[in-house]
Design a binder for this molecule. Structure first.
Ligand SMILES: [Zn+2]
Length: 340
C-alpha cells in the first residue's frame, strides 16, 4: 500500500496574522505526528512537492471575476472577510494549495499510489464558485476533481466531507452536478449555517447531495451511524470511480471551535471504512485533502490514525447508539433517489 503525501514548506508561509486558528503550526503538528509514527517520507509514504494550479484549472471551478478579485485583494492585502485575511503572497499560495490537491488526485487516479493525502494550506471547502470566506480562497478539492474529470474523463466522483463545518463551497460548486456526489457530516448549528437535510441538489444534480447535520456533543457513536447508514449505502449505489475526502479534524473533542466529541482513533476507523469501500468499488483510489482542525495535539494524533488506515491498518468500531435524528430525516429527503 502506497500513500502519497503532498506537501511543500511553502504552505507554512500562508500568514493569517497573530492569534488566527488557521496557522502554520497545524501542518507542523501533523508532520510531527507522522514522523513519530515513521510515516513521514517513508518508502510506503513518500512526500512529493506540488506545483501551483494553473489559473485555467481554477477557472474551471470559480468565476473568472472571483479569481481576479482574489488576485487583486491579495495584492493590496485587503481581507476576503473578517476571518479570511490576505497578504501579498496569498493568491500565489492559494494556487499552490489547489495544485497540491491536483497532484494528489492525479497520482491516486493513475494508480501511481493507492491513495494520497494533500497536506495543504490554505483550506478550501468554504470557497463558493464566486465567493470565498471561512479561511478559504480557492476550493482545492473541487479544483482537483474538475482537473481529473477533464484529463481522464471520469463520470462519478464521491466526496465525503467530515470537517465539522458544512462545506458550503463544495456543495455550491457541485449542487447541479450528478457526476459529483457530495456527502457532508457537520455540526449544526455552526458556521456557515448551511447543510440542512433538505439541501439535496437541484436540476440534474437533485439527489446527489446528502447532508447529515450533527447536534453539538455528537461523537464516535453518531459518526459511526452516519458512516454505516449514509456513506456506505450511498457509495454502493452511486458506484464512484474515485473518492475524495475533505478531511477536517475540527470534529475532535479537543477542538476549540466546535462542540463535537470525536476521538483521535475515530478518524482511523472512518478512513478504514472509506478505504475498504474504495477497495471494493474504485480500485482503492482515494484523495484526502486537509481542511480544518485547530487543536495541535488532535491534528497530530488524528491525521496519524488516518494515514495508518490509508496504509491498511484497521481500528475497532466505536459502540453503536441510537441514530441521530437527522439521519431519519435524510432518509426521507432522499427516498425517491436512494435506498437508505
Ligand atoms: Zn471546519
Amino acid at each position: 500500500m502506497k500513500t502519497l503525501l503532498v506537501y511543500t514548506p511553502r504552505y507554512l508561509e500562508h500568514d493569517t496574522g497573530w492569534g488566527h486558528p488557521e496557522r502554520a503550526e497545524r501542518l507542523n503538528a501533523i508532520i510531527d505526528g507522522l514522523e513519530r509514527a515513521g510515516l513521514w517520507d517513508s518508502p510506503s509514504t513518500p512526500v512529493r512537492q506540488p506545483k501551483p494550479a494553473k489559473v485555467g484549472d481554477v477557472r474551471a471551478v470559480h468565476s473568472a471575476e472571483y479569481v481576479e478579485l482574489v488576485r487583486r485583494l491579495s495584492a493590496s492585502e485587503i481581507p476576503i472577510d473578517g476571518d479570511t485575511p490576505t497578504r501579498k503572497q496569498t493568491y500565489e499560495l492559494a494556487l499552490l494549495s489547489a495544485g497540491g490537491a491536483i497532484e494528489g488526485a492525479r497520482a491516486a487516479w493513475r494508480g501511481e499510489v493507492q491513495n494520497s493525502f494533500a497536506l495543504v494550506r490554505p483550506p478550501g471547502h468554504h470557497a463558493l464558485r464566486s465567493a470565498g470566506g471561512g479561511f478559504c480562497y480557492f476550493n482545492n478539492i473541487a479544483i482537483a476533481i474538475r482537473k481529473i474529470q477533464q484529463e481522464f474523463g471520469l463520470k462519478r466522483t464521491l466526496i465525503l466531507d467530515f470537517d465539522a463545518h458544512h462545506g458550503n463551497g463544495t456543495q455550491d460548486i457541485f449542487f447541479e452536478d450528478p457526476e459529483v456526489f457530495y456527502i457532508s457530516f457537520h455540526q449544526s448549528p455552526l458556521y456557515p449555517g448551511t447543510g440542512r437535510v433538505d439541501e439535496i441538489g437541484v436540476g440534474e444534480g437533485e439527489g446527489f447531495t446528502a447532508n447529515v447535520p450533527m447536534l453539538p456533543e455528537s461523537g464516535d457513536a453518531e459518526y459511526r451511524t452516519a458512516i454505516e447508514d449514509v456513506f456506505v449505502p450511498l457509495a454502493e449505489q452511486f458506484k464512484p470511480e474515485f473518492i475524495a475526502v475533505s478531511a477536517g479534524f475540527d470534529a475532535h473533542q479537543r477542538d476549540p471551535l466546535t462542540s463535537l466529541l470525536l476521538s483521535s482513533e475515530m478518524y482511523g476507523w472512518m478512513m478504514g471504512v472509506v478505504c475498504d469501500v474504495a477497495g471494493r468499488l474504485c480500485k482503492h483510489r482515494v484523495l484526502v485533502v486537509l481542511e480544518g482542525g485547530y487543536d495541535l495535539q488532535a491534528l497530530g494524533e488524528s491525521a496519524t490514525y488516518m494515514v495508518k488506515a490509508m496504509q491498511g491498518e484497521r481500528f475497532d468500531a466505536p459502540k453503536k447508539r441510537k441514530a441521530p435524528p437527522s439521519i431519519e430525516r435524510l432518509k426521507h429527503a432522499l427516498r425517491e433517489y436512494w435506498e437508505l
